[in-house]
Write a protein that binds this ligand. Structure first.
Ligand code: FVH
Length: 294
């Protein structure tokens, strides 16, 4: 072990899937003493060759460091991995994707076992880990003092963004952003389907789609946030609900002409119609947000 390594916080990482392995390599490269455990032990071998210690059991892994980082498949795998572990005095950082309620339950579960708890939601795919210019980061929430204590270590693989003391908020931010992403992917799928049977090169069409979505995204998101905060959905409206709803038949008829099901868009259009019918033609699309709340 080098002098540099002794100065860095020892880390134990449980879970060496695609993401766990990418995370592990960054802590090794940064000189952190790293102990790894994985259910399928063979996955530890490449990392051992790069300088990690492999723990044969979860108990050995937990005993090796005060800072334990989990990157497992789901909440059930966390249960299975840690069911017999003694977590007294440990700092637990759980990067496993969960729901906000699961994160809150896990925080209470960890506290009852004598551990401090921080939850994380990873906003990156494995190739972005350890590459600052790729823009990946991790949302953290839970004990603020725990985040501060480990901020530097946590920032090694990707940016670290703390979003509050409620342990469910990292998961909530994570799922909210991913849900928006899937909505955008749905729109892009519909657009590609519309041109699919024509003599239009998808690769030539792609930059138009990217440019349009990029130009629309920031103003729409900022405006929605401002209007939700003020409660006035008619401020600074550029394209009002009445006008936008009037264009819906064009979108539906074009889909029919192109032999494309409008199924991905119809639920959104229905909410626009509903808000219009409730008497808000001068609003932006922000009223749809309220209609989504049950
Ligand atoms: N990969 C990605 O693109 C996304 C990016 C955003 C964040 N997610 C979340 O990160 C968690 C881990 O994802 P992953 O990519 O590493 O997933 P896998 O490659 O499938 O590896 C899964 C690991 O979990 C272990 N595991 C599964 N079940 C159990 C269990 N019952 N007990 C103990 N360990 C378990 C599995 O072990 P093994 O199959 O190798 O034995 C892997 O180590 C995840 O929450 C993503 O949503 C990734």
């Amino acid at each position: 072990m080098t002098a540099n390594a002794t100065a860095k916080t020892p880390v134990t990482l449980l879970g060496l899937g695609a993401m766990g392995t990418a995370l592990a390599r960054t802590w090794l490269a940064a000189g952190h003493p790293l102990t790894v455990w994985n259910r399928t032990a063979a996955r530890t071998e490449p990392l051992v060759a790069e300088g990690a210690k492999a723990a044969a059991t979860v108990a050995d892994a937990v005993a090796a460091s005060d800072l334990l980082i989990l990157c497992l498949l789901d909440d059930t795998s966390v249960d299975e991995a840690l069911k017999d572990a003694d977590l007294t005095g440990k700092d637990l950082v759980n990067l496993t994707t969960t729901t906000p309620a699961q994160a809150r339950e896990r925080a209470a579960w960890a506290t009852a076992r004598g551990a401090r708890y921080l939850d994380g939601g990873i906003m990156a795919v494995p190739p972005m880990i350890g590459i600052p210019e790729a823009g990946g980061y991790v949302f953290y929430s839970g004990a603020p003092e725990l985040f501060e204590a480990h901020r530097q270590t946590l920032a090694v693989p990707a940016g670290a963004r703390f979003v509050g003391a409620d342990p469910g908020h990292a998961a909530l931010h994570d799922v909210a952003l991913l849900s928006a992403m899937y909505g955008m992917f749905a729109g892009a799928s519909h657009a590609f389907a519309l041109i699919r049977k024509e003599n239009i090169d998808p690769a030539g069409f792609a930059p138009f789609l990217t440019e349009w979505l990029t130009a629309m995204a920031a103003p729409h998101i900022t405006q929605t946030a401002d209007q939700l905060k003020s409660g006035d959905y008619t401020t600074n409206v550029v394209s009002n609900l009445g006008m936008q709803t009037a264009a819906i038949p064009t979108f539906l008829t074009t889909a029919e002409e192109q032999g494309v099901t409008p199924g991905l868009l119809v639920p959104y259009f229905n909410l626009m119609h509903r808000r219009l019918a409730e008497g808000f033609p001068s609003e932006d699309l922000t009223g749809v947000v309220d209609l989504l709340l049950r």
